[in-house]
Design a protein. Sequence first.
Length: 395
Amino acid sequence: MPLILGGSLATGGLGLAHPLLGQFAGWITYVPLSYLLGLISVLPSPGIPGTWVGAPLVLAWYGLLLGLMFLPGRVALAQGAAVRFIAASDRLFGGLAKHGGQPRWSLGLVFLTLAMLFAAVILWNQVFQGHDGKLHIYFFDVGQGDSILIVTPKGKQVLVDGGPDLTSATRALVGPMSPIDRSLDVVVMTHVDGDHSKGLLEVLDRYDVATVVVGETPLDNDLSQEWRAKLNRKQIDPVKVSEGYRLEVEPGVTLEVLNPPGVPFNGSGSDRNNNAVVLRLIYGQVSFMLASDIEAFAEGYLVRSSAELESTVLKAAHHGSRTSSTAGFLNQVNPTLAVISSGPGNQFGHPHVEVTERLERFLGPEGLFRTDRHGTIEFISDGVDLWVRTDREYP
């Protein structure tokens, strides 16, 4: 820790003198800092989103340090029994010294009190923030993969897929979730593909999950076997679903399962993708079609089925692949807005230009949102109106 603190100070100071000097000191500091972050990341402790540590908290922290510097004797806080605590407090607040028979606040105690109050307000706001009574659905920017968080008006939390890396979902979740919240009501694994389900392995380790929902999960690769083993170790009995299954997350918020069919596809050209779990989220007059990785074969099946497909927002299937988002499927879903989850410059060329052009013709250029351009995309609804918030603006 001293090396990290000293190195950080040296990086800032040398960087003011010359950028190259600061860069050199930064690389030295990077080694112990990376080790510390890696160590913390594997601990089952509450997470704090990076956006939380902003200017107000930095000012509060340095105010606290400044206050401690000015305290008489820089007395350390004692821990333990109440008597020892009271004794230590008496020494600590010796700054409330008498001068001319009257109590006098020391400069250090003023700094310390103000800083602690400031930090307490920020902490209370972040940790004990309440729900606003609206539906929130986050399409996380996890690179080339999928991970979606649904937060209901009453605070139920549903995670659909976990992204391509072990820490994809756990990193993303500390943004919208409270730092001390380690519970998920439902986790849905749409299919066993690394870009959708690898991050769920870490989620099962780091969070208390009430219900796990799966579709067709053949044991045909290492990841699917690892997934089954993880469920067994955690003693989780997953709920296997197919078309027609309905999950009432809370009164007024429903997840409908549209795919896979009761008898899974076989010989469709890409059975793993076409048997993926497709969800339709309904809240009042607003709905979301979460199409996972299905391709034209499964889209055609849904179009021919009797299921209600029309949705306000479409999560375009398979990261905007050329094999999905067919014209017939778009016409049936008839979305107002669409989201494509893909990574910038990915090796697959997702989203395909034919798909983006088709979606933009259908929706208009402003109706298409992409995680590779907009970052994490959040939709907020009261069941009638719909608002969109993105991490980044894109021309």
